[in-house]
Design a protein around this ligand. Structure first.
Ligand code: NAD
Length: 476
């Protein structure tokens, strides 16, 4: 397993020789160690990306697209190894890790196809001949979180490389090895030296060096709203182009016409992916009063049946929380909700996974939740389902929109008029109707308000890495 960083096509260690250890969150056993890069190495990565940009941007679109398709095929060939590594450093069950490899690959296939749809435009202007064309912004930076180590990287690398940008990626400290394995595949697929560079280490010095460098023209960040704000401030000096994919606090609305079995199946699939450590997983369950009790009973029964443990065991549904701070936050949210009057229906505490640490939280259902509770206002990022009843559509939509976040929302209903209204009125960037998995590579994905801005997926994802140029000609 490779554990170096990639700068200008060379596999390198930190100048200081310092490394960061990567631990399996399910067992606390070491998985590997990666370089802790500093300011000088970061500058060298910018030199490399900047130097490689003109040739990569000038490469014919067909050639860049072919490289991306090749990269995707190589990921498919290495699916088992990539998934095993991801489970080891992130903890998610192996089946979810395998699905993530497929999901990550799809961004390369989609970007390779979408690049052909971007054509010059010629708006009609009397007395002038106008051509509007697009060109890549230049050196792009990707900073990614630990919860989807490959998919979050793919969402950024695929569009950037497709349009002709060069890139520096900085994965999360908890999950850098999946990113290194990916970079190795990119090199094998023929991505030229300097086009993709990878730095691991403490985030602040690396990010500050990147933000200060005027050659960096784009930053795409996925992570917490707090760090997103910090990067936005830091990007102001060079007026950096930004895409910020930040936290979410998705509501899931179950209307009175919902089929109970389907509603529970959809809720379970959306909620417990990656143990609830997913930016778009439902964090607030709003259920029509007429079916509230039946839905809660069925959700609690299905939740209690989930198996926690080391992700390589086939029977496991839920992996560990990523670290101690994460499980302590989940516990604090549950304790706070009960203190504020919520009823604990199932779960509520830690579990020890077989052969593992006790960094596993029981799937938990709470009822009678209110806006005073932390779990109703903040991202819990764990396997907790806070439930509240509503009486009519107006109340459901008002409660759903009562959050500073606006990434995803879900509704379970078959009423066409209501579906139309929800699409117009729910203030989130993604609305899933009877759909627990609305994030696919061909469609735009991203948030509004404190969930950030910018879109990933399809041609919308490519546009984030392009600048628009107007050439206005008047014949002399
Ligand atoms: P985080 O913000 O702590 O870390 C994300 C990345 O930012 C990591 O690479 C980290 O090293 C880096 N980082 C941390 N401090 C930094 C600093 N001072 N300067 C520069 N970079 C810094 O978030 P996390 O805990 O890794 O991820 C969970 C968060 O990500 C949740 O809020 C979740 O909702 C969000 N998320 C959002 C999406 C989306 O598409 N909107 C997707 C996945 C996760």
């Amino acid at each position: 397993m490779r554990q170096d960083n990639l700068i200008d096509g060379a596999w390198v260690r930190a100048d200081s020789g310092r490394t960061l250890e990567v631990l399996d969150p399910a067992t606390d056993l070491p998985v590997g160690s990666v370089p802790a890069m500093g300011v000088a190495e970061t500058r060298r990565a910018v030199d490399a990306a900047s130097g490689a940009f003109p040739a990569w941007a000038a490469r014919p679109v067909e050639a860049r697209a072919a490289t991306l398709v090749d990269l995707s095929a190589r990921m498919a060939a290495k699916r088992a190894g990539l998934a095993a590594l991801m489970t080891a450093e992130q903890g998610k069950p192996l089946a979810e890790a395998q699905a993530e490899v497929d999901y990550a690959r799809s961004f390369f296939d989609v970007a390779a196809a979408a690049i052909h749809t971007l054509e010059d435009e010629h708006p009609e202007v009397p007395g002038k001949s106008v051509r509007v064309h697009r060109r890549p912004v230049g050196v792009a930076v990707a900073i990614t979180p630990w919860n989807f180590p490959l998919a979050m990287l793919a969402k950024k690398v695929a569009p950037a490389l497709a349009v002709g940008c060069t890139q520096i990626v900085k994965p999360a400290e908890q999950t850098p090895l999946s990113a290194i394995a990916f970079a190795e595949i990119a090199i094998e697929a023929g991505v030229p030296a300097g086009v993709l560079n990878l730095l691991t280490g403490d985030p602040a010095p690396i990010a500050e060096t990147l933000l200060e460098d005027p050659r960096v023209r784009k930053l795409s960040f996925t992570g917490s709203t707090e760090v997103g704000r910090l990067l936005m401030r830091g990007g102001a000096t060079n007026l950096l182009r930004l895409s910020l994919e930040l936290g979410g606090h998705a509501p899931l609305l179950v209307f009175e016409d919902a089929d109970l079995d389907s509603a529970v199946r959809i809720a379970m699939a959306a909620k417990y992916r990656n143990g609830g450590q997913t930016c778009i997983c439902p964090n607030r369950f709003l259920v029509h009063a007429s079916i509230h009790d039946a839905f809660v009973a069925a959700l609690a029964e299905a939740s209690a049946a989930l198996v926690s443990g080391v992700g390589t065991r086939p029977e496991v549904d839920l992996g560990p929380m990523i670290d101690d701070a994460a499980i302590e936050k989940v516990e604090a949210h549950v304790t706070d909700a009960i203190r504020c009057g919520a009823t604990l229906v199932t779960g509520g505490g830690r579990r020890r996974g077989a052969g593992a640490t006790n960094r596993f939280h029981e799937p938990t259902v709470l009822t009678g939740c209110t806006a005073e509770m932390r779990c109703w206002r903040e991202e819990t990022f764990g396997p907790v389902c806070p439930v509240r009843a509503f009486r009519d559509d107006d109340e459901a939509i008002a409660l759903a929109n009562d959050s500073e976040y606006g990434l995803a929302s879900y509704a379970i209903t078959s009423d066409p008029g209501r579906i139309e209204r929800l699409g117009l009125e729910l203030r989130t960037g993604v609305v899933g109707i009877n759909d627990p998995g609305p994030a696919v590579a061909a469609v735009p994905f991203g948030g509004v308000r404190h969930s950030g801005f910018g879109r990933e997926g399809g041609r919308w994802g490519l546009e984030e890495y392009l600048e628009t140029v107007t050439v206005s000609r008047v014949d002399a």
